[in-house]
Design a protein around this ligand. Sequence first.
Ligand SMILES: C[S@@+](CC[C@H](N)C(=O)[O-])C[C@H]1O[C@@H](n2cnc3c(N)ncnc32)[C@H](O)[C@@H]1O
Length: 297
Amino acid sequence: MESAGHRPVMVDEVVALLRPERGGLFVDCTVGLGGHTRALLDRGATRVIGVDRDPSALAEAAERLAVWGARVTLVHADYRSIERVLDERGMEEVTGVLADLGVSSVQLDAPGRGFSFRRDEPLDMRMDPTAGVTAADIVARLPEGELADVIFQFGEERYSRRIARAIVRARERRPVTTTGELAAVVRRAAPTKGWQRIDPATRTFQALRIKVNEELEGLDGFLGAAARRLEPEGRLAVIAFHSLEDRIVKHAFRALAAADDGEVAIVTKRPVQPSEAEIELNPRARSAKLRVIERRG
Ligand SMILES: C[S@@+](CC[C@H](N)C(=O)[O-])C[C@H]1O[C@@H](n2cnc3c(N)ncnc32)[C@H](O)[C@@H]1O
């Protein structure tokens, strides 16, 4: 039994829709701690390629999935390079693909990753600490207008301009390099009206995380590539956690289903959402939406 923080989201729904009981090769594009991969193997998948961009998630997955031996191959890669991952292994077609998007609760909560303002630590936020720029770099360098656009678009924050201005003023005095410093600047800048359910810094932190990890860039390209590699009756399942992501998935799936070749069909006419019971056990599952497409036979 795993703790609530490690519980894979909608695992029964994913298994029911990806149908591993027929066997076959599956790609878990976001293997994380391996919860979904384990469920796929438990229920009959012959082999799973588990991809993740976070080396520490892969190390943890390697331990947890060791009992499955050669039936699991773990790969440090970005899922946007799924075609290369498959080509390098001589795999043309796969039976199923899963992408459980975003950061894991382990990443959010782990000390030293810089995702959370619940403790003061270096402002990093990279899922792959071996590559790319940190949130501190972005906070230090982005011009005010661009910073405001990021906070508005990726955080859906109405006070984005005010917050961007406050960040620029603060960094002129001294660099903003920790989660605590950034949260304090945002809290001072964003007006709080009476009782608020979330911390005023939440949306700005989400925006920076999406920017640092380029979470929305290339998502539709990845979905098209994954769909192309499905065998007949193979399925692609995607779990999104915020509306920006889900919108991209919904539109990409519609475009694939509307394409002239008529090879892709939408399986989930409406997104599948977690049950009340699951949300009670794992409140972070609340916003999850699962969508599935199938390659026609
Ligand atoms: C929500 S968690 C997945 C949890 C997993 N399904 C489980 O059962 O433990 C998302 C994972 O996807 C990884 N990830 C996010 N974006 C990625 C990308 N572009 N390429 C590869 N992995 C990515 C993250 O590092 C994180 O480990």
